[in-house]
Write a new protein. Sequence first.
Length: 441
Amino acid sequence: MLAASTTAQDAAGNVPRSNDFVARIDLSGPIGPAAAEYVDDSLRRATRDGATAIVLQLDTPGGLSDSMREIIASILASPRPVIGYVAPSGARAASAGTYILYACPVAAMAPATHVGAATPVSLDGSGSLPSMNPPATPGSTTPPPSSDAESTKVLNDAVASIRSLAQLNGRNADWAAKAVQGAATLTADEAVQLHVADLIAPDVATLLLRLQGRHVHVGGQDLTLHLAGLSVRDYAPNWRTHLLALVTHPTIAYLLLLAGMYGLVLEAFHPGVFVPGVAGAICLLVGLYALQLLPVNYAGLALMLLGIGLVLAEALMPSVGAIGIGGVIAFVIGSIMLFDTGVPGYSVNLGVIAGMALGAVAVLAVLLRLVARSRRTRTFNGDAQMLLATGELTQPTDAHGDGWARISGEQWRVHSETALPAGTRVRVVGREGLLLRVTRA
């Protein structure tokens, strides 16, 4: 909480005391689209509600680069001081969390926490890390000795980004570069000694007390913090954030895509049912919305579609199984590649992929069994189909042995060598055009 003690202090740039609470935003878990939405919305609400300062409590293994940048932009745009606080004990601000901590005007850590390991991870599905070769000096035109120009660009961009944040808030820029280039990490005590963090506090109340009277620079103004004794108001995610977190979870997005595809296929095979088609269209659209928010490997998506297409082709044009087996293999490889970002928490659960693959194999096995059975079964048609069929005389045979009988649900003209009364069960022993030769069954 920020508050000025006197009118003179207010004029000097201190935060007014008219507001009597500090907002707290709990950012825990992997950083993705939902986390970025949550932080931005909470910062706006806290500012609108009149919070005098905002504590951003961090416990994250990292996350997506785009979402991290959105959070940093929200922090830098906030008119209220944002206090980055790695807590509780045992928490970490790793990877993207390190950048976010550096973006906060004040950085604090609880005991037994750590920060660092901010090396960017490739999002192209390769799983490889960029080159660890640092640039010679800031502003140097000599490129680092790297065989991968794209990795070097990613690395240098990340270094420049975190160094600029360190310089903005007066923190250790050299160690920040090491955290990116060499995945360096620090404990809370080490972070304070190297001026990566400003202080250590076991809880929020102690944090506010130790920040009393500290000067910070926010939005082009120098402010003095007066936070001791102020109440803390938690800002929880709203329903929209919860829904976004659910939809953008890679496993859920993956299942939505599959449900959508299978629903539309089922509707195509059984037109007029409507329910599979409507449900499939909704799932597919929601799944596509999630894909545009996540780092998708489109080669993986293409392999998934190819696999589903091959399994359907096997169902429509049964073969010895080669097409279907190829489809299952393509489907599994594509599923694994789809969100292969290397970012913690952003990959499809392997158990779900295995379950879907086993389901496809089970369907394929049933189809192959039906094909094999159909090839072993003798097919009858025409005369062969009528041979040995049984029926019942509907009229007695006349003196010439001719009469009528119902056979296989149809009326047939029949001939018998012996006179037979109506109602006699007969069996077909031959056929001459539309005349069936019968005997008593």
